[in-house]
Design a protein around this ligand. Structure first.
Ligand code: FMN
Length: 322
């Protein structure tokens, strides 16, 4: 039996445009102990951008499970940004700073992923974040990558700087900023971090799709928790399947009826949270990727904008399977 070495905490990571409140609920219900908001560009909120503000929607019963991820284009405004996030939320316990965003403007400004090549700046940001979060008694954490490119893997130096700034929780994606997704994640560097800094809480990330990959990451790194992103987008029930050790890969050969319960749950939460269907369509597209018999289903999805009507359609398909 493929037993996990130990039972790590499972997280649903920040996923821009897909990590909405309804999807986060499905993941949490399925076994993701903590879920991230989409990355919030705080200065945009300060300027009054409703799109960014929408990302901060955290229902009361999800307050102790939701981590807010932020990015600040001007690192001198981190304290102001943290104050703003605290003002706009309730019961927040952890704010995470994005040091892994490869989006060109962000990496060019060295405020997202680009920052990893500048350990001094990593330290400055970590110090500012630690100070600002301490003021509100909130845990500060960083999500980062192992380096800028394969010739410049400097995660040990960056983690040292983050630790020196007083931050004790770090999420590490086993890729460099320039790797892209074609190259598989590597876990060796995450393992080196955990070995050198056993006192830090290290959450590993990259390419977890089933029990084998989960066990492999834990065995290689001894990390304390795991983020599962794209595999959860395809199948948010991956969390319960991993916990129950029954995971089946959903990428191909799966029939629509297998994925329907998660889609129905998403739509029900969407209605509860008063979201419109357009907001959830991308999630449903991911959840039916490669699913046999989903083309008619997707046509129906494209031609509907009424969430209740689409839920009824899905429920009828689900009933008719018996
Ligand atoms: C569509 C998409 C959007 C993402 N948005 C963010 C983001 O806003 N912030 C962040 O830190 N990571 C973001 N990521 C990276 C994921 O959080 C995660 O680190 C990455 O997908 C690797 O994990 P996985 O192999 O389990 O998918 C995004 C990834 C995807 C595929």
């Amino acid at each position: 039996m493929n037993q996990p070495t130990n039972q790590p905490t499972l997280y649903f990571p920040p996923i821009n445009k897909l990590g909405n409140v309804a999807f986060r609920r499905v993941c949490n219900n399925s076994g993701a102990e903590f879920v991230f908001t989409e990355m919030v560009r705080v200065e945009k909120i300060i300027e009054g951008d409703p799109f960014q503000l929408r990302k901060l929607r955290i229902p009361k019963d999800m307050e102790n499970k939701t981590i807010v991820q932020i990015i600040c284009e001007d690192i001198n405004r981190i304290e102001e940004c943290v104050d703003k996030i605290v003002e706009l939320t309730h019961g927040l316990f952890e704010i995470n700073y994005n040091m892994g965003c490869p989006q060109s403007t962000m990496s060019k400004n060295e405020c997202g992923g680009g920052i990893v090549k500048n350990p001094t700046k990593v330290k400055q940001v970590a110090q500012a974040l630690a100070k600002a979060c301490k003021k509100h008694n909130i845990q500060a954490s960083i999500k980062t990558r192992i380096g800028y490119d394969r010739e410049n893997i400097n995660i040990l130096e960056n983690v040292q700087n983050i630790k020196d700034a007083g931050i004790t929780k770090i999420y590490i994606h086993g890729r460099t900023l320039l790797d892209g997704y074609r190259r598989p994640a590597t876990y060796e560097e995450i393992g080196q971090v955990k070995k050198k800094f056993p006192e830090l809480e290290i959450i590993g990330n990259g390419d977890i799709v089933d029990l084998n990959s989960l066990n492999n990451l834990i065995k290689q790194t001894n990390c304390d928790g795991v983020l599962i992103g794209r595999a959860a987008l395809n199948n948010p029930y991956i969390f319960k399947e991993l916990t129950n050790q029954t995971h089946i890969k959903h990428s191909s050969g799966i029939e629509l009826i297998t994925t329907l319960p998660a889609i129905i749950e998403l739509l029900q939460y969407g209605i509860q949270e008063e979201l419109n269907l357009d907001y959830l369509k991308q999630n449903i597209v991911f959840m039916t990727k490669g699913v046999i018999g989903s083309s008619e289903f997707r046509t129906k999805l494209n031609n509907t904008s009424d969430i209740k009507e689409f839920l009824t359609y899905c429920e009828n398909l689900n009933i008719n399977k018996y």
